[in-house]
Design a protein around this ligand. Structure first.
Ligand SMILES: [Ca+2]
Ligand SMILES: [Ca+2]
Ligand SMILES: [Ca+2]
Length: 201
């Protein structure tokens, strides 16, 4: 009997955890790489969109490993999560020496729609690599639009020239968001609690 109660409690814990954990981008769409500052093409190893998917490495140590995809000047990338999201965007950029003048920027948008190209996008914020790792709230855009379930995040590079020919614009290491709890999650939690309580008697 005690074993059954424990299983019930574990199920509750794991469900509660799943409802709160952030989700990470799982697919890349419509990658339109820009150029390096001198107009040349981005190095091929910086154009792998898979580097923007999954849990970010969050490692900006030098020499920087290629844990990111570069947008290039004026470039853009859209990401999705395999499910809708809301409330917060967790974004990780990679720049060695950002605070020493290697400034890079991108406009962040969230969108709704059947696919990345036809989705309708709303501007959220202009991101700076100086504050990468600081989550962005969607409260304002959600309040303005009345939309509380999103399908896509889009990044459009807005870096300005900094006098480095090889500068490659904003670099995306990983992007997370808050999931939308399944309608049944709260009910399941209630059932789990009820079962555990009943078996405890
Ligand atoms: Ca980083
Ligand atoms: Ca860069
Ligand atoms: Ca990465």
């Amino acid at each position: 009997m005690k074993k059954v109660t424990l299983i019930g409690a574990l199920a509750m814990v794991s469900l509660a955890g799943a409802a709160q954990a952030q989700i990470w981008a799982s697919a890349a769409h419509n990658y339109l790489p820009g150029t390096q500052e001198d107009g040349s093409a981005l190095p091929v190893d910086r154009t792998n969109t898979a580097n923007a998917l999954g849990v970010p490495q969050n490692d900006d140590s030098f020499p920087d490993t290629i844990n990111f995809v570069s947008l290039g000047f004026g470039g853009q990338l859209t990401l999705s999560f395999g499910e809708q999201f809301k409330d917060t965007i967790y974004w990780y950029e990679t720049t060695f020496g950002a605070s020493f003048g290697h400034f890079e920027f991108a406009d962040l948008y969230v969108g709704t729609g059947a696919d990345a190209l036809s989705a309708t996008y709303h501007h959220v914020a202009n991101l700076s690599n100086l504050v990468e790792g600081v989550p962005v709230s969607l409260a304002t855009v959600q309040g303005n639009t009345g939309i509380f379930a999103w399908d896509f995040v889009k990044f459009v590079d807005t870096s300005s020239f900094i006098g480095l020919p090889y500068a490659d614009g904003f670099d995306i290491d990983g992007v997370g968001a808050d999931p939308i709890p399944a309608p049944g999650a709260a009910a399941l939690l209630g059932v789990g609690g009820l079962l555990a309580a009943r078996r405890r008697r």
